[in-house]
Design a binder for this molecule. Structure first.
Ligand code: E4P
Length: 218
């Protein structure tokens, strides 16, 4: 399973990249705003800073909701850097645009996916990735992981190239369950990625090893 980091925070992106396990980055307008990045040019400049840190797909979201606007914005974003993936909302105008992008060889991430039907439409249109938001489903008492499993089952029936990019990941168990289901990618906050490394027996075992080594070397 590929690991993307879900943030626009450059320090977090650098830290995850330095671990050597980072495959890409996802952003959205809310994550940009959280970092104080506002205004079109500042946002575009920020994508370039992210692309300079990580050599992998970087999702950049369009804000248009009409076909012509999505295409115009998406083509401009894709022309900025070879690693930019155009993030398109799961609306019918977005599906039309994804089809257009796929015929032009422009990579896309269909975002705000909350049902298997939406995932099927996006795959038919040729989306490179679809982003089911599992945490947001959990928040309203629907199982986000059940949705990922359902989409995986549907995609297994057909030769779609679309990758399942589990999004809205909130904690390490989400990541582990996504891997068990066979999601292609999980995009996660840095905290959830780092939490995968934690185990109390590792911590206590290492303390003991180091203490025993110190005894023999005093
Ligand atoms: C990813 O592409 C999404 O933008 C993101 O995972 C949404 O996560 P949230 O539900 O924590 O805002």
């Amino acid at each position: 399973m590929k690991f993307f980091i879900d943030t626009a925070n450059l320090d977090d992106i650098r830290e995850a990249n330095d671990l050597g396990i980072l495959d890409g980055v996802t952003t959205n307008p809310s994550l940009m705003a959280k970092e104080g990045i506002t205004g079109e040019q500042n946002i575009l400049d920020h994508y370039m800073k992210i692309c300079a840190i990580v050599d992998g797909p970087v999702s950049a979201e369009v804000i248009s909701t009409d076909y012509e606007g999505i295409v115009r914005e998406g083509e401009a974003l894709a022309s900025m850097h070879k690693n930019i993936v155009v993030k398109v909302p799961m609306i019918l105008e977005g599906i039309k645009a994804i089809k257009h992008f796929s015929t032009k060889g422009i990579k896309t991430n269909c975002t705000l996916v909350f049902s298997a039907g939406q995932a099927l439409l996006a795959a038919k249109a040729g989306a490179t990735y679809i982003s089911p938001f599992l945490g947001r489903l959990d928040d309203i008492s629907f199982s986000g992981l059940d949705l990922i499993a359902q989409i995986k089952g549907v995609y297994n029936n057909y030769p779609f190239d679309t990758e399942i990019l589990a999004a809205s990941v909130r904690h390490p168990m989400h990541i582990i369950h996504c891997a068990e289901i066979g999601a292609d990618v999980a995009t996660c906050p840095l905290k959830a990625i780092k939490a995968l490394a934690n185990h109390p027996l590792t911590t206590s075992g290492l303390e003991t090893f180091l203490a025993d080594y110190a005894k023999g070397n005093n």
